[in-house]
Write a protein that binds this ligand. Structure first.
Ligand SMILES: Cc1ncc(COP(=O)(O)O)c(C=O)c1O
Length: 498
């Protein structure tokens, strides 16, 4: 009988202890020191002998059982299998954490959340379901149905593509030298662009100039593509052109990505003079301008402003749009309008990625737009959005601790709060979650700057009552946090409003 207490295990981070134990037992079998049919110590007993956790021994036995080396008999114990020596290799249970890269900035699982300011999305209670069902049925019953169900073009469902291009042309946004591709939302457009301009084009400068703070999904696609994020601070009127010019001069990035209207996360909108200036700077420094125009239709007050693409006389700007914020994000339909060579390359990249976007979604959204239902829905969304915005501004003023600053958007779904020192967004979030309220802290939106006191409040999916209650709870959480600072210094208002 082998002396199991002699089994030597190492504390090495490379091989987990249960695997080492399985390997040692297997060697004992292979060298004949334990014979087939012999009984192994009970898991508790072996765990005691080796001073390891009982679950470690169970895991080792499980691996050996899977490999046919051990046999477990309920109530009798674990035995060396009758086959004796085995030629079969140990079945490796895959260590996924080791193989796969770590999740970047993975959100900790929130507790029981009753009111979430964490997601920038429309309220599903406002989806016009009756119209959606009727229009979907019309599409399914139409003569085009079999065409829609067949494989299609990487550029998108042709009737929707034609419709969007005509609309953009008559609005003075698309030029004769432009083309259009449908993507799975704006997110895929960003991903394809990042691959095109960076991963597949690694030579030379790999800088991408980004607003800071900026939408986290944007930072991640560019960093994964190997781009070097250059941060341009955003203030209450959006991206600062003077700071942009410094960065363009110094680093000559390849791409500049701007969200001119109701920027995520700040809600800031670029005024006309800044728009003009940014377009001129992009031309002067030969940087490709990508305009992420996903929120501009959600304007609740003030005049409509021209897109950067309209202002860009060079014709080089790339415009991204999406149906996600104005209708149904679950259908995943967005599009890109850009010079023809860029669209041709995007179509090639899209073909490699997913062949093309789902045609039923595209056909239904086309029906939704052409029937006028989209316009009705937008009108209702804007008036509901105006009410939510008024409520969130009033609640911020009423409940956030003195010294807090927050942006005052005129549309969109989000605003940005800066807490006064010594409060930090992450500590506030911990307390807020204990009370059932969630939001995204500033670090999620960091291109480079930390934003430790900043956080985003997304209000598009909530009711006015939830917004008011949520902010009341945030206010209480902030007071509790302040009380925990032993010799709390007087609150200092933050210097810059972003
Ligand atoms: C600024 C910005 N860009 C892109 C996206 C992704 O949008 P889509 O649903 O169209 O993929 C979002 C979604 O929140 C966003 O806020």
């Amino acid at each position: 009988m082998a002396d199991f207490s002699q089994i030597a295990l190492e504390t090495t981070p490379d091989i987990p202890i249960y695997r080492q134990l399985a390997d040692r037992i297997r060697s004992l079998v292979d060298s004949g020191l334990i014979q087939s049919g012999e009984k192994l110590p009970a898991t508790r007993e072996l765990a005691g002998l080796l001073r390891v956790n009982r679950t470690t021994v169970s895991a080792a036995y499980a691996v050996l059982e899977q490999s046919g080396i051990l046999e477990g008999h309920v109530g009798r114990g674990t035995f060396i299998a009758k086959v004796g020596k085995t030629e079969r290799p140990l079945i490796q249970s895959t260590d996924w954490e080791k193989i796969l890269p770590a999740l970047e900035n993975a959100a900790p699982a929130p507790g029981k959340i009753a009111i979430s300011f964490a997601s920038s999305r429309p309220a599903e209670r406002s989806f016009p379901l009756a119209q959606f069902r009727r229009l979907t049925k019309e599409v399914i019953d139409s003569p085009e149905a079999s065409q829609i169900l067949q494989l299609g073009s990487s550029h998108g469902y042709p009737p929707l593509r034609r419709y969007l291009l005509e609309q953009a042309t008559s609005a003075g946004i698309a030029r004769p030298t432009d083309d259009l591709i449908i993507t799975n939302g704006c997110q895929q457009a960003l991903d394809l662009l990042a691959r095109l301009f960076f991963s597949e084009n690694r030579t030379g400068n790999n800088g991408v100039a980004l607003e800071d703070p900026v939408y986290h999904g944007l930072i991640r696609v560019f960093s994964r593509a190997g781009a070097n994020a250059l941060s341009i601070p955003v203030d209450a009127a959006g991206l600062d052109p003077a700071l942009l010019e410094e960065t363009l001069q110094q680093y000559r990035p390849r791409l500049l990505v701007v969200t001119p209207s109701f920027q995520n996360p700040t809600g800031a909108t670029l005024p006309p003079d800044r728009r003009q200036r940014i377009v001129e700077l992009a031309q002067r420094y030969s940087v490709v301008l990508v305009e992420n125009d996903i929120y501009s239709e959600l304007r609740y007050q003030g005049p409509h402003l021209p897109t950067l693409k309209q202002l860009d006389e060079s014709g080089n700007a790339i415009l991204l749009r999406s149906y996600s914020k104005v209708s149904f994000p679950g259908l995943r339909v967005g599009w890109v309008i850009a010079p023809q060579p860029v669209i041709a390359r995007l179509a090639e990249a899209k073909q490699l990625s997913d062949l093309h976007s789902d045609q039923l979604s595209q056909a239904v959204l086309l029906r939704f737009a052409e029937s006028g239902e989209l316009e009705h829905h937008l009108a209702r969304t804007r008036s509901a959005g105006a009410e939510l915005l008024a409520c969130v501004l009033e609640s911020c003023a009423g409940f956030l601790p003195p010294g807090s600053r927050f942006t005052r958007p005129t549309g969109g779904m989000s605003l940005w709060v800066e807490l006064p020192a010594p409060l930090l967004a992450d500590s506030l979030l911990r307390r807020a979650r204990e009370r059932g309220v969630d939001f995204l802290p500033g670090r999620y939106f960091s291109a480079r700057r930390p934003h430790a006191r900043g956080f985003r409040l997304s209000f598009g999916g909530l009711t006015p009552a939830e917004i008011a209650r949520g902010l009341e709870i945030l206010g209480e959480a902030a007071r509790a946090e302040l009380a925990s600072f032993a010799n709390a210094a007087p609150l200092e208002p933050v210097a810059a409003l972003v």
